[in-house]
Design a protein around this ligand. Sequence first.
Ligand code: G4P
Length: 526
Amino acid sequence: MASLAEEIKRRRTFAIISHPDAGKTTLTEKLLLFGGAIHIAGAVKSNKIKKTATSDWMEIEKQRGISVATSVMGFNYGDYKINILDTPGHQDFAEDTYRTLTAVDSVIIVVDVAKGVEQQTRRLMEVCRMRNTPVIIFVNKLDREGRDPFEILDELEAELKISVRPLSWPINIGAKFKGVYNIYEQSLDLFTPNKQKVSERVEIDNVNDARIDDAVGEKDAQKLRDDLELIEGVYPEFNVEDYRAGLVAPVFFGSALNTFGVKELLDCFVEIAPSPKPVTAEERTVEPYEEQFSGFVFKIHANMDPNHRSCIAFVKVCSGKFERNAPYRHIRSGKVLRFAAPTAFMAQKKSIVDEAYPGDIVGIPDTGTFKIGDTLTEGEMLHYKGLPSFSPEMFKYIENTDPMKSKQLEKGIQQLMDEGVAQLFINQFNGRKIIGTVGQLQFEVIQYRLLNEYGAQCRWEPISLHKACWIESDNPEDLAAFKKRKYQFMAVDKEGRDVFLADSGYVLSMARQDFPTIRFHFSSEF
Ligand code: G4P
């Protein structure tokens, strides 16, 4: 039987992130195919959610139901145990993605070669940077016309604010795309746009091998050599430790749809990507190799069926071995709990597991015990640090429309916020509740769920706000003066922290000018 250390070393837990349509689903599917986790293309449909561009969120929820199974996709690849954490494609659920990023040890970013870095990728990269998450970039759709690869590299560096290092290099692009030279392995794969046989490996010794000329023609072979010379001149040698520290992102080129360049990506990924890393708790840093189990809840997935009110809490194992039916302390409540039916996610199937190791995700059926960010241990008082809250993009007052059900509404709002569906701010001046979200869909989800799960009715009232700013100052008098001046715009978040609700960018810049000692933050940790 493998030891704890061996189990940890062979685990790779990561998420694939991208702007919608760059090819995340396709790449995920191809990785699953290589792992033998699925056998046919087209099996991963979970995040076709994003295709529902309008507010047809019932459809979305139906699909979210299906996607519980695909929330985590575990499979074995060679000696490695791979856990891919799925992230919602729809940008209105970006918060979910941020939280999922707290549970991964590395990330693969997919970028469309024609579109370059898009908005959602930029934002997700900010979260990776906050946590120094190692990043590999896959530039996709080389079979289509796109931009010059050097230009793409420059854009990646500028937009994602990380150094890049190509580990493979394309020979032409679009209709003339001939293949990819693998800098990491010094090999050449030829592209033949044919679904049955897409790639052909050419045996070569190095980049000067004449077999390259035979395979792609002299002109393209020379261009490849020139490009590679330029790359070696411009980009420092790839250093795996820099990658693991989140300082440099290796870049691969390929076509997910054609399964081209994907295996090279996967082979390099398992070799260089980190196994589960130490995790920081408020009290101390916890090593995965510690004997005692600990973990935290990073996601709660509600069941939309009103007849089955249970949720699934997703627990990331951080240290030790998780065992079914063992007594674990739920730190927030102090209670000791045993889990009779924890599930693991292998090859898109959910099944009850007896044990899990650091890097693994365990699904625990829950009826309201857990909140996002809760820690479980064998007894030690540990509080894992989650992700800070970010300023929402949209705000609305939530109003009760059925006075007989105010308790239910209260409870419903509380639980939905614990699940991390949206953020609640309470205006200190008039006590009104303001819900902040990333997108319009979340308001609809909340209204529907309050009615269906709690029997509570609500309506939304507009409020025009620009940003929620968490404020701090070394000067308590200035802070008090600011709060007094802005009392109509002061609120508290769910942790009771002071938040200034700026109604416009102008107001915010004036506030900055008038109160130079106060710092305004767009996230709750600074
Ligand atoms: P996402 O999860 O990041 O949103 O992207 P997804 O994989 O769904 O891919 C978006 C579209 O891009 C899909 O086409 C997919 O087939 C296509 N695609 C992915 N990789 C490649 C590639 O390497 N080359 C080319 N040419 N296309 C690629 P669709 O028509 O929107 O969806 P579908 O009907 O094919 O599923």
